[in-house]
Design a protein around this ligand. Structure first.
Ligand code: HEC
Length: 382
């Protein structure tokens, strides 16, 4: 089975980002100070006084990228590093150090980066304040931007056709909208239809949002079916379908005529026809999953297959209509959502964490975005 590589990680706690991406985040075991072997000389001190203010200590990065990243150290020669540090990167904000540091100093710094980088290999770090940081992963460079903060349990996020973002506010069962000036306003109140906390959604080309909810007081209450809510662009909320077991991630086909929604606690994907007025009909089983595969977030590809996040088997599963599993990709931990993105929509991003319990996650800070290239590009919505 193929595996994801950890490209990026996110501060999932309370903030919510557009380019929600950072280097790597996880519990940061405090890295014990190492006695300096000879090739490094005083490089550790030199690094913390001269470079760490911009590059962070160890794996964190900062105003500049992490210099302990495996990518940088395995792909860059000593001569290239020496050149960068001596001459700087004028248009990138990296100062030239040729007047301040001798080539011998720089040589010791490079030795330090390589030795320390080797020690840090495999460790991932947590960014306490990711906002504004530039992070380089193996393949991409990201700038992290916190676009809205202090929200009350933000969950599904989808863009309206005009580019404004909708966010599910889970516990108060509302749909919020982010305006171009950055303010967050009420889009629709889902309380009349939702009988549990709201979770994921899909928005069609006309801006109609289909939003799922737990249906009962998860995780303690007795399991009950839920109604799927539809919030129209004018804020009207109606029941789109009923009798769904924990409706969760959903997709809409490129022709706008079919909606497929994951029923987490029924281990299945269920399809509906979408009428021109937004009504759902012709309910049918789209795919059954195994009893330990609980569909969470999902996305559609150009062959009509759906990538389904599977939280308890730590993988993303590519399922075809009828239930055939075409591919499985392992992640490092539980997968709660996935999306095909990147320039050609061939990068499969997976949002992962060590557990589904928000309090546990806040403690251990294991939220990550992992990524892998796939063959068939994404289509449809979201
Ligand atoms: C004022 C902030 C600042 C300081 C101080 C600084 N850097 Fe940088 N550095 C940057 C930025 C920003 C970049 C990214 C430039 C780019 O890629 O456009 C960078 C890039 C680099 C790169 C290239 C990284 C890559 O991914 O290719 C190296 C190597 C580097 N710095 C080494 C150092 C060392 C060693 C020191 C200490 C002697 C140092 N820098 C001090 C801001 C700084």
């Amino acid at each position: 089975m193929r595996k994801m590589s950890i490209v990026v990680a996110v501060f999932l706690a309370a903030a919510l980002g557009t380019s929600i991406v950072t280097a790597q985040q996880a519990p940061t075991p405090a890295v014990p100070a190492q006695p300096a072997p000879s090739p490094m000389g005083n490089a550790p001190e030199l690094f913390s006084s001269t470079c760490a203010p911009c590059h962070g200590t160890d794996l964190s990065g900062g105003r500049g990228p992490s210099l302990f990243a495996e990518r940088l150290l395995s792909e860059t020669t000593d001569a290239a590093l020496l050149h960068t540090i001596r001459e700087g990167i004028a248009d990138g904000g990296m100062p030239a150090f040729k007047g301040q540091l001798s080539d011998a100093d720089i040589g010791r710094l490079i030795a330090y980066l390589r030795i320390r980088g080797g020690q840090l290999k495999g460790q991932v770090s947590f960014l306490p304040d990711p906002n504004g940081q530039i992070i380089k992963s193996e393949k991409q460079t990201f700038k992290i931007e916190v676009v809205a903060a202090n929200l009350d349990t933000p969950w599904g996020e989808v863009f309206l056709p005009d580019g404004r973002m909708l966010v599910v506010s889970m516990e108060d069962r509302r749909l919020l909208r982010m305006e171009p000036d950055g303010s967050v306003v009420l889009h629709a109140d889902l309380g009349a239809v939702a009988t549990g906390h709201c979770n994921d959604m899909v928005v069609d080309k006309l801006g109609r949002a289909y939003v799922g909810n737990f249906g009962f007081p998860y995780p303690d209450g007795e399991q009950k079916p839920a109604r799927l809510a539809r919030a129209d662009p004018d804020g009207t909320v109606v029941e789109a379908a009923d009798d769904l077991m924990f409706p969760n991630g959903a997709v809409i086909t490129p022709d706008g005529k079919t909606l497929v929604v994951g029923e987490t606690f029924a281990n299945r994907m269920t399809a509906f026809d979408i009428a021109p007025d937004g009504g759902l009909s012709n309910r049918r089983l789209w795919a059954s999953l195994a009893s330990n595969e609980y569909p969470d977030g999902c996305c559609l590809d150009a062959e009509g297959a759906i990538w389904v996040a599977s939280p308890f088997t730590n993988e993303v599963i590519r399922v075809r209509e009828g239930g055939e599993v075409a591919e499985r990709i392992a992640a490092t931990q539980g997968v709660f959502a996935c999306m095909l993105g990147g320039a050609d929509r061939r990068t499969l991003y997976a949002l992962t964490a060590s557990s589904a319990d928000p309090n546990a996650r806040f403690e251990d800070r294991t939220g990550r975005i992992e990524a892998v290239e796939v063959e068939v590009p994404g289509v449809g919505l979201p």
